[in-house]
Ligand binder design. Structure first.
Ligand code: SUG
Length: 417
C-alpha cells in the first residue's frame, strides 16, 4: 500500500478563548479579551475536515485535552479554585487544537529503520502550551501504536524549545521516495521570543534516524519572527517537490535554496516577493498557512483561510500565480475565523503524517458519518460563548469536562479520559 498524506486535525476544544497568551503572535495579542465562540469554532474546524475529505484526502482527528488542567495546577501548588489570575488562562487554553505543534513527523522512507517516527513537541516556551505534551503523547501512542510501522518518541528534554511540525518541512519526489527534511529554527526574533531551538531539532533528527546528508537545518529570518511569524509555517509551506515561501522567510536563502536544489533537483520553489506581498500582509492573511495538497486527480491546491481572499495584495498575487503555469493549480478557501483570531490558520490546525491509513488506529480516522456524529456532540455540549471572566465560573469548569468526555465516549476513546 503506497503512503498517503493523512491530515490529523485538532478538534477545537470547548474552552476555546481569547486570553492573549502568545507574545509574538499578533492575532493572539490583538484579540485578547474578545468573546470567543467555542461551538462555532469547533464546527468551523469540522467543516474544514469535511471539505478536505470531499477532495478525496484521508482525514484524521486529534482530541481536546482536559481543561482546566487540574493536575498541572496541582504541580504548581495551586488548584482551579485558588489559581491566581496570572496563571488561570493557561490552565484553560484550548491551544492543543493547533495540531501542527503536536509533533515532528518523519515518514518511513526517510528513517534508517523503515518506520515512521514521531516526536511529541515539548512546547516549553509558552506556559499555556507547555502542558500539552503528555496528553498529545497519550493520543499519538494510541493512534500510532502499531510498532511495526511507527515509533512515537517522548519530548526533547531539558532546555531546548521544540514546537514540532510547524517548523519542519519535507520535500520529496513522491511520498514513497526518501525526502529531504528541513528543520527551521530561530536565533533572533527582534522583540519577540524564538520558539524553536536548533538543538531540539538536531536531537529529533537523531531520534528519527535520518540521513544527515538529507537533513537541512535552516535559520528562520529575524525579520519574519519580528514581524509576527512565530512559526515557520506562517511564512512557508511545502508539499512533495514544491516549496511555497515568502522571500523574507529564511535568514540565508541563497545557500538554503542551493543546497535544496543539489539534494532534490526536482524541487520547484514558488517564492512570493516582498514587493508584491509584504511580510505584514502575509502574516495578517496567513497566505502561507495554507494547506498545500496534491489532489487525487493530479495537480496541487492551496487550501486558504478566508482572510487571504480579503487581503488585496495577497489575492492579486495568487490570481496571477494561477494564470501562470506553476505547479499550484487551484485556490480553495475555508472559514476558520475563530482559530485565526488566535493566530491559527488551516495549516496550524493539522498534523501531517505520510503513512498507510490502514496502519492507524481507526478511531482516529474520519469519514463524513463520523464528522456528523462529532458535530452533533459539539452542538450539544460546547459552550456558545466564553469571555475571560467566565473562566472563574465553577459551572463552566464542569461543563467543559463533560463536553470532552462526551466526544471521547462518542469516538470510543474513553481510555484517554
Ligand atoms: O502557539 N496561539 C497559538 C497559535 C499556534 C499556531 N500554530 C502554527 N503556526 N502552526 C500559538 O501562538 C493563542 C492563545 C491565546 O492567546 O489564548 C495561541 O496559543
Amino acid at each position: 500500500m503506497p503512503l498517503r498524506e493523512i491530515n490529523f486535525d485538532g478538534l477545537i476544544g470547548p474552552s476555546h478563548n481569547y486570553s492573549g497568551l502568545s507574545f509574538g503572535n499578533i492575532a493572539s495579542a490583538t484579540n485578547k479579551g474578545l468573546v470567543s465562540h467555542p461551538r462555532d469554532a469547533a464546527l468551523q474546524g469540522l467543516e474544514k475536515m469535511r471539505h478536505n475529505l470531499r477532495l478525496g484526502l484521508p482525514q484524521g482527528i486529534l482530541l481536546p485535552h482536559p481543561r482546566p488542567d487540574r493536575p498541572w495546577l496541582a504541580e504548581l501548588g495551586t488548584s482551579v479554585e485558588e489559581v491566581p489570575p496570572s496563571l488561570r488562562p493557561a490552565a484553560f487554553s484550548a491551544s492543543a487544537m493547533w495540531a501542527a505543534n503536536a509533533a515532528t513527523v518523519s515518514p518511513a522512507p526517510d528513517c534508517a529503520d523503515g518506520r515512521c517516527h514521531l516526536t511529541v513537541a515539548n512546547l516549553r516556551t509558552m506556559a499555556h502550551r507547555s502542558h500539552e505534551w503528555p496528553h498529545t503523547l497519550a493520543q499519538l501512542r494510541l493512534a500510532f501504536g502499531d510498532g511495526a510501522h511507527f515509533e512515537v518518541h517522548g519530548p526533547v528534554p531539558a532546555t531546548f524549545g521544540d514546537e514540532g511540525a510547524a517548523n519542519h518541512m519535507r520535500l520529496c519526489a513522491s511520498h514513497d521516495a526518501p525526502g529531504v527534511e528541513i528543520f527551521v529554527y530561530g536565533q533572533r526574533g527582534g522583540l519577540y521570543p524564538v520558539r524553536q531551538h536548533d538543538e531540539a531539532f538536531r536531537a529529533i533528527a537523531r531520534f528519527h534516524r535520518l540521513d544527515p546528508e538529507r537533513s537541512l537545518f535552516v535559520c528562520q529570518s529575524e525579520a519574519a519572527i519580528a514581524a509576527g511569524a512565530f512559526h515557520n509555517d506562517v511564512v512557508a509551506v511545502a508539499n512533495e517537490n514544491v516549496l511555497f515561501a515568502h522571500e523574507q522567510a529564511f535568514e540565508d536563502r541563497p545557500s538554503f535554496y542551493a543546497e535544496l536544489k543539489r539534494l532534490l533537483p526536482e524541487v520547484e520553489i514558488v517564492e512570493v516577493p516582498a514587493s508584491a506581498v509584504s511580510l505584514e500582509d502575509a502574516i495578517r492573511s496567513y497566505l502561507f498557512n495554507a494547506q498545500l495538497v496534491t489532489l487525487p486527480e493530479g495537480g496541487m491546491a492551496l487550501i486558504l483561510p478566508g482572510e487571504a481572499r480579503e487581503t488585496p495584495s495577497v489575492w492579486r498575487w495568487l490570481e496571477g500565480m494561477i494564470e501562470g503555469n506553476g505547479p499550484i493549480r487551484k485556490l480553495l478557501v475555508v472559514d476558520v475565523r475563530q482559530s485565526m483570531a488566535n493566530g491559527g490558520g488551516p495549516a496550524c490546525l493539522r498534523l501531517r503524517v505520510a503513512a498507510d491509513p490502514a496502519r492507524v488506529d481507526p478511531r482516529f480516522m474520519l469519514d463524513e458519518a463520523k464528522i456528523d456524529r462529532v458535530g452533533a456532540i459539539v452542538a450539544e455540549h460546547w459552550p456558545d460563548a466564553i469571555t475571560p471572566d467566565d473562566l472563574l465560573d465553577p459551572a463552566l469548569w464542569g461543563r467543559l469536562e463533560q463536553a470532552r468526555l462526551a466526544v471521547l465516549d462518542g469516538l470510543g476513546l474513553s481510555e484517554l479520559a
